[in-house]
Design a binder for this molecule. Sequence first.
Ligand SMILES: O=C(O)CNC(=O)[C@H](CS)NC(=O)CCC(=O)C(=O)O
Length: 269
Amino acid sequence: MKSYTAAAIQMTSLPDLQKNLSEARDLIELAIRQGAELIGLPENFSFMGEEEDKLMQGSEIAEETEKFLKTTAQRFQVTLLGGGFPVPKGEGKVCNTALLVDPTGQELARYEKVHLFDVNVPDGNTYCESATVKAGTDFPPVYNSPELGQLGLSVCYDVRFPELYRHLSKQGAEVLFVPAAFTAYTGKDHWEVLLKARAIENTCYVIAPAQTGCHYGRRHTHGHAMIIDPWGMILADGGDQPGVALADIEPTRLQQVRRQMPSLKHRVF
Ligand SMILES: O=C(O)CNC(=O)[C@H](CS)NC(=O)CCC(=O)C(=O)O
C-alpha cells in the first residue's frame, strides 16, 4: 500500500438518471484534478426518487449506472466505488448494490446491502426500504489492492451494525467505505459519531461519500461526506453542499495508530 489521495463525493441526486450521472462525472473530474486515485460516490448517486419510479426504471438505472462506473473509471484512470444503486433481482424487487471498479473498467468487488432501512423517523418520514429492496445475504467483500490497501465495502444504514465492520477488519480491511444517503434528522445526531466509532474501533480509515440537501418531496439528507483517519480524526468534511471531500490515505499513519492502539490484536471474541 502506498500513500495516495482519496475522495468522498457529495451530491444532491434527483429522480433523473442522466442528470445525476453527468453531475457525478463533473465531481469525479474535480476530484481527479486534485489528485484523487480512489473515489467514492454516495448511495443512490445515480437515482434518488420515489420507490415506484426506482422500481419502474430499475433495469435502465442498473445498466446505465454500471456502464457509467466502468467507462468513467477507465476514462479517468481511477479506482471508483459506486455506492449503492438498484439492480433488479426478480419478484419486483432490486438489490441495493455497491460496485468497486478499477482503472481498466474491471469489476473488483460487489456488495448487496444487507441491512434495510425500515424506520419511522421521528420527524414524520416513514422509510420502508424492504418494500422495494431485497436484502443481500452475504457479508461485504474486502478487496486487497496492492496499491490502495485493503478496501472494505458497506452501505449507509449498515453503519449502525458494528459486527459488519468487525467482520471486515477481521478480513484485513484498512479502509472502510460507507457511502450513504443519511436522513437529515438522524444524520445531525448520529452520522459523525457512528463513522468515528467505526474508524476508531477498527483502526481503519473511513471514506464516507454522502447525499445532501433536498432531493424530491420531503426527502432531505444530511450531507457531510467525510474521510476519517484510524485515530478517529476528521480529515475532510464536505459540509452541506455538493462537492468533494479529499484527504490523504497514509500507510505510515495506519501503522502508527495500530501500534499506539493495538485493540484489534486484543480482541477476545
Ligand atoms: O432517503 C432516501 O430516499 C434514500 N435513502 C436510502 O436509499 C437508504 C435506504 S431508505 N437510506 C438509509 O439507509 C438511511 C439510513 C439513515 O438515515 C440512518 O441510519 O439514520
